[in-house]
Design a protein. Sequence first.
Lengths: 287, 355
Amino acid sequence: MNKTANSKAWLFVIPMVVLVAFNALIPLMTVVNYSVQETFGDNVFFWEGMKWFEQVLRSDRFHESFLRQFAFTGMILLIEIPLGILVALSMPRKGPWVSVCLVLMALPLLIPWNVVGAMWNIFALPDTGLLGRMINGLGIHYNFTQGPVAAWATTVVMDVWHWTSLVVLLAYAGLCSIPEAYYQAAKIDGASAWAVFRHIQLPKMKRVLTIAILLRFMDSFMIYTEPFVLTGGGPGNTTTFLSIDLVKIALGQFDLGPAAAMSLIYFLIVLLVCWIFYTLMMRGEAK
Amino acid sequence: MAEIKLRQVRHSYLRDHRKEEDWALKELNAVWQDGTAYALLGPSGCGKTTLLNIISGLITPTEGRVLFDDRDVTDTPTGERHIAQVFQFPVVYDTMTVYDNLAFPLRNRGMDSARVSARVGEISRMLDLDSMLSQKAYGLTADGKQKISLGRGLVREDVNIIMFDEPLTVIDPHLKWQLRSKLKELHQRVGVTMIYVTHDQTEALTFADQVVVIYEGTVVQVGTPVELFEKPQHTFVGHFIGSPGMNLLPCSAADGATVFSGIPVQTTNAHKFKTNGRRMELGIRPEFIRFDNSGFEVEIVKVDDLGRYQLVETRRAENTIKMILAEGTSIPAERPRIAFDPKHTWLYADGWAVS
């Protein structure tokens, strides 16, 4: 096909370029700008090169919050994906209960992040919260403001409560798109419930599950509000995830250079993991 | 292999089924003889698929019993009935290869891998799938996938019956014919009972030894293709089978004399018969009408020359009568008169042939 050269056409792209520039490129470039310079205010900058990047990458503090972040994301993915599939499988596929289940499932998704954090904070307080008192009443010592294990457990449970619904809804949509004939054929072929899951349901849900895993990875990797409201990153630094740490450096200590370098590294990690994940999934699809 | 009997089976999808029209399948007694090829023929929504699913056990009938060789299987789950079913839309297990697809029903039943491989090899050769055994089933064409569905049924040695639910719907026209003759060939080779659901009379008549015609949830006739053509027991059979279908003309009947439009007509099935307020119709296939000076007068509406035969549309009063004449038969230009062949003229009361 011959392409027609028409440079005037570029004019139509300009509004989009301006828009993208203002909401993405310019803010990002400011961060890049901070990440290679030192400032003491008054718009005076000194060139520092790769110093901040080296400092961040070598700091134990970054390594620790990075590990915490990976542990957290891994944990919630390992819980939410199987749990979401399980709930979706047990939901009715027709009848009056479908809409009831769907609304119940959607409820946690509609609650703002900070409200979720506040809710769980009050709910889990060891002396006044319903959950906290119940657990202590069972004879288990539980105080999420002091015990690291309790703080982690509470944060993970809170995230599972908030976000499993998303996985459920996506998996449910995948299940609903399977024609009845597949189940009938499986019955005729004498397939067990496990074989139906393994060879019909799981392959048909693959696409939506890919999306679910990607969304949950990105969201949980950038989690900030809920743990911030619930534990404030404590006790000590035990629930200080990457974004909480980043805000502490940027706004708490006002170290703009290291904070900028850290956010760029952070951004590249998210991008890299998503890219690897997506490529692997797509390669599987092509086969 | 088994003889399959349905005893007073009926089915309704509604919880409340007091009215006659609430039944998707009306009371049915039927015997499916071992090794015969059947076709279930009827328009969409007439209860064909319901009947099929009752035999396979995907549906438990509201009333009645299903017997395989006198063993009551009404409450036996599908997987234990040893039946195979091919659906309208091809069902293959996407993530598996063609080989694994064919082996799946055998592995589920715990067969050892040497026998699985022997069976799969045999069936894949029979279906011309042996060159693509290692391919993913996902990428196959619709007819290839349909062959796999069929193969998953054939691969089991203990299969009692194979059922096809409009299996050629999504197949390209030029492949339909091929796949249909393949089915016919397989039936002759394997000798297993087959039931083929379709709304296409050509498919039904070319495939089956016995055709079961269903209309509004009732089996209206069971017979060979020739019987359905020559002795239609219901007006639906008359006009659904044949192209064009049977002429159906309103008439009156009293004590063996059937009168259509003022003319007494001889029929093959009515000798002493009373109307008793029922709706009477005269049925005659277009093939059994000829021009005859001893007959009654009609008006010719149009003549279509269709190559091998001529289709003549005539009219008497407000009734259209179609007739099929051999190529080259001359058509009288003035005052044409036609006559019905009494051996092939039928009298129907409320749709059913009188006896």
